[in-house]
Design a protein around this ligand. Structure first.
Ligand code: RB5
Length: 156
């Protein structure tokens, strides 16, 4: 069965989202477009949370978000447990966000890159596996127990 991928953007990412939805469908993914569905001004968090909640719960393995800089979307998405939302502005950053950080949400800064680069970044991100090993240990340290406040190097 085709992998289901939720995607969302605000108005700043709306146009590029259309291109990415088409690219995802052409690659055989089952795309769930959670909006925005028009170019009118919107608030990025309204679209970040629906995508991030699916990834956080495991309903979706991966998700895609777009806004102007990628920053607002990443702030909101990264509030969810087990979400690792990475802003990628080059294919190299996208590749490393998978290999080293096991990013499960790709955030595209739509006002800062070309449409062609957006599609390239998407392809690289989707097709790059996580390296595991020492990176798995580092990822495990991101999700800390409530009340843990120190950046304690001894935490396993
Ligand atoms: C919208 O104008 C813009 O602020 C938003 O898309 C995003 O860049 C925020 O981080």
């Amino acid at each position: 069965m085709a992998e289901h991928i939720p995607i969302g953007s605000d108005h700043a990412g709306f146009e590029m989202k259309g291109h990415l939805v088409k690219a995802l469908a052409a690659m055989g993914y089952q795309v769930e477009d959670l909006g925005t569905h028009a170019a009118e001004s919107t608030d990025y968090a309204d679209f970040a949370h629906p995508v991030a909640s699916e990834v956080s719960s495991g309903e979706a393995k991966r998700g895609i978000l777009l806004c102007g800089t990628g920053l607002g979307m990443s702030y909101a998405a990264n509030r969810w447990p087990n979400v690792r939302a990475a802003v990628a502005w080059t294919p190299e950053v996208a590749k490393l966000s998978r290999e080293h950080n096991d990013a499960n949400i790709l955030v595209i800064p739509a006002r800062c890159i070309s449409e062609a680069d957006g599609v390239k970044i998407l392809e690289v991100w989707l097709n790059t596996p996580f390296e595991g090993g020492r990176h798995q240990r580092r990822i495990a340290k991101i999700e800390r127990a409530d009340g843990e406040r120190r950046g304690d190097a001894a935490v396993e």
